[in-house]
Design a protein around this ligand. Sequence first.
Ligand code: NAP
Ligand code: GDD
Length: 345
Amino acid sequence: MPIMQNAPSARPIALITGITGQDGSYLTELLLSKGYEVHGLVWRPSDLDISFIKPLANNPEITGKTLFFHYGDLADGQTLRRTFQEVTPQEVYHLGGQSHVGRSFEIPESTCEEVGMASLRLLESSRALAGSVKIYLASTAEVFGAAAETPQTEETKFRPTSPYGCAKAFMTQISRVYRESYGIFVCNGILYNHESPRRGEAFVTRKITRTVAAIKLGLADKLTLGNTQSRRDWGHAQDYVRAMWMMLQHSRPDDYIVATGVTHSVQEFVEAAFAVVGLPWEKYLVTDSALERRLEPTQLVGNPAKIQQTLGWRAGHSFEELVREMVQADLADLASKNAEAVPSK
Ligand code: NAP
Ligand code: GDD
């Protein structure tokens, strides 16, 4: 797939790192619908062919006109600076990096490098840019870890329980220093779990909906999970990327919790997903302690009052709608792939 250079534009210009991920793909659609010129940093070129950005990347009406891709690894400060200078973005959405909490225990150094140091590099690149650039950083509920209070607010103390959470805590705190020292317009979205049919299959919700759909279609016979009593504050990714954009439209940079304020257990998610396909979960669910984490955060639930009152943000999807949408999307996807695999007579 060709990588296009940008042409002069009267549109607002945004740069997205992690454009091929769940949030990156939804954010790209949102910004294009608002008339932006969007530039995406692509880490591995093959990603374009397999990610949810593919329909946009393959659309000649969009790619090379309002959507552009640039190769770049977040570990490479030179490339990052050059991309900033070429693109001269007004808004930067930094979503790229290793995002799996469990995996961060296996690869702590690269996680801290990609999540922590890369964010510092990005702040430095922004500082070198002439003019004003607004930056969104993808912080997370994981910074609260063994949470000091429930629900958490923007004032809750950071007590991360994973290498990933530690790296995001560094990112959040160093960006506050840059905001106060250099006057950089940088916002941290402290986002709680958000899901969609585009969620990576290594995360629990998508693992559940994919497997439930496969069981319904006769392609699998069990769902194996780790800790099913674990609770999360789950929202819909489309609502959460809208929150990212809203933060950068405000007159003042600040940090915001983005959450629903309601938690459900993994077990409840499983039951809701099996209910969509009308199968008894008891028959298929298996637990395996090997899938449990060394340490889990406790009581992660966010209080979204500040973003609701300051920016007027509201979550637009219920838990039940989210589960249904994900199961139905996996049913449709697996059914079409299965039909492709069976030659027609
Ligand atoms: P995701 O689907 O895992 O997307 C992450 C993106 O970053 C992918 O495009 C990935 O490419 C890219 N990436 C990984 N390592 C990179 C590197 N070294 N250089 C450049 N790009 C790299 O994650 P998401 O759910 O969209 O989340 C977006 C951001 O929000 C992440 O930073 C995540 O930590 C944070 N966050 C997510 C949630 C959530 O519930 N989804 C909540 C709070 C915060 P590959 O696909 O090739 O790896
Ligand atoms: N992934 C996974 N796979 N998780 C499982 C499984 C399994 O087979 N079985 C049980 N779980 C439990 C995990 O132990 C955890 O308690 C919970 O399900 C959610 O796990 P994930 O879906 O992997 O998400 P996460 O909460 O660890 O992290 C996500 O949310 C964070 C924000 O709170 C990620 O998107 C992070 O990037 C994000 O920052």
